[in-house]
Ligand binder design. Sequence first.
Ligand SMILES: [Zn+2]
Ligand SMILES: [Zn+2]
Length: 253
Amino acid sequence: MNLRIFPIKVGNELWSKSYLNGPGAGDTPIDIPHIIFYIDGADKKVLVDTGGGDPASADMIKFHSKTYTRKPEEEPTIALKMATGVSSEEIDIVILTHLHWDHACNCHLFPNAEFYVQMTEVIDSINPVPRFAKTYQSFNIGTVPPWAQQPLKWNFLYGDTEILPGIKVLLIPGHSAGIQGVAVTTNDGLYFLGSDAYPLYDNINEDGSVLPSMLSLNLEAAFHSSWKVSKLGAKIIPGHDIAVLDHKFYPVA
Ligand SMILES: [Zn+2]
Ligand SMILES: [Zn+2]
């Protein structure tokens, strides 16, 4: 099997590195792309995450960053088609790394897909701590989380799970309660989509081990998860680093 991972930009925000990685990481705002990933070469067509909503929509304006932008060609169905030739109706499986808005809007655009998310993440998205209520658009602030706004086929997971041969999700709590990374076995060894647990290449040490983002609901859990991820010996693809977009797909041919 020859699995390849296509990073696809579906929006942008401006954040400082210190927002993600703590004091001292740098206070100058930088481009933070929203990235979804298409996994090519499996028996089914797999998408990882679905990106943020239309920046002009009421929910995006009310709940989220004023710096969030999305070019017309970054609308997920258009961006997916341009990057891979695959249409949104063809997607069989959507893995949501977690349910923060920048990863879990737009589910309705993939009507024929089965969705995979961790059960602990679903529970936390319904009634999160106040710091993350807007991030989830949770029920307890008088709205409906994006993932729950339409009927879709959900698979709620309880821990590490093989989704397809060569594609496995690993529960890596810390950034959020039920965040999962995606391990993909390629011809160039194991790759790992770190999502917001490892948002930047700054979160990856020279020896390939990882440091968790300081933007974590539970920092102790994040460090424990980082030991687990470091032991994989995988090549990490961060969740929000603009340099990820330097390549059309991974492994780089
Ligand atoms: Zn997040
Ligand atoms: Zn994110």
